[in-house]
Ligand binder design. Structure first.
Ligand SMILES: [Ca+2]
Ligand SMILES: [Ca+2]
Ligand SMILES: [Ca+2]
Ligand SMILES: [Ca+2]
Length: 177
């Protein structure tokens, strides 16, 4: 029995993988490793411009007196986008300075990072980072010292651009020091 294989197809030359267990995929297309790749636990969380139903990475919200949140994900079984969001409160005695970084982009791939703010009916893009290759990406929102008007919902889209589908995970960090 191979890892995470649900059903097999068998013939004169032996058996192959017909279907994988839910949440697992045969990304390396090698039968001997079974369905070796686990889809990330945030799925389904594709970016949708007019919806906030995707992954909330701070269910209790955050405030600009400081936070540091890290999630990891992959583009399995296919490359589209992964979307995360949270609600941030802009307090009067703290500087609102949101920074999101995308690291550990797998070799041979190119992913980009987009920052959005909910405008009441859709996600409005407020920053983007679209470096080539697998270089890190960084987006930022700093409306100014003690402006106190930045309270809202913020969204982070990790967008697949090019390269092979791989089980390796990227790292997304969102912080306000
Ligand atoms: Ca395999
Ligand atoms: Ca994903
Ligand atoms: Ca503030
Ligand atoms: Ca990129």
């Amino acid at each position: 029995m191979l890892d995470h294989v649900a059903t097999y197809t068998c013939g004169a030359n032996g058996c192959g993988i017909a279907t994988c267990a839910t949440g697992f995929f045969n990304v390396d297309t090698t039968t001997s490793t079974g369905c070796e790749c686990a889809q990330d636990e945030h799925e389904p969380n594709r970016f949708v411009s007019n919806a906030r139903g995707a992954k909330n990475i701070a269910p209790n919200g955050v405030t600009d007196d400081g936070y540091d949140i890290t999630v990891t994900g992959n583009f399995v079984p296919s490359g589209t986008s992964d979307f995360y969001w949270f609600h941030a409160t802009d307090e009067s005695l703290s500087n609102f300075n949101l920074t999101a970084t995308l690291k550990n982009i797998p070799a041979g791939t190119n992913y980009d990072l987009y920052l959005y703010r909910w405008n009441g009916s859709a996600w409005a893009q407020i920053d983007s980072s679209t470096t080539g290759g697998n270089a890190n990406e960084e987006v930022n929102f700093d409306p100014g010292l003690f402006d106190d008007s930045a309270t809202g919902d913020y969204g982070f889209e990790v967008r697949y651009v090019s390269g092979p589908i791989t089980c390796a995970r990227y790292t997304l960090n969102v912080n306000d020091p």
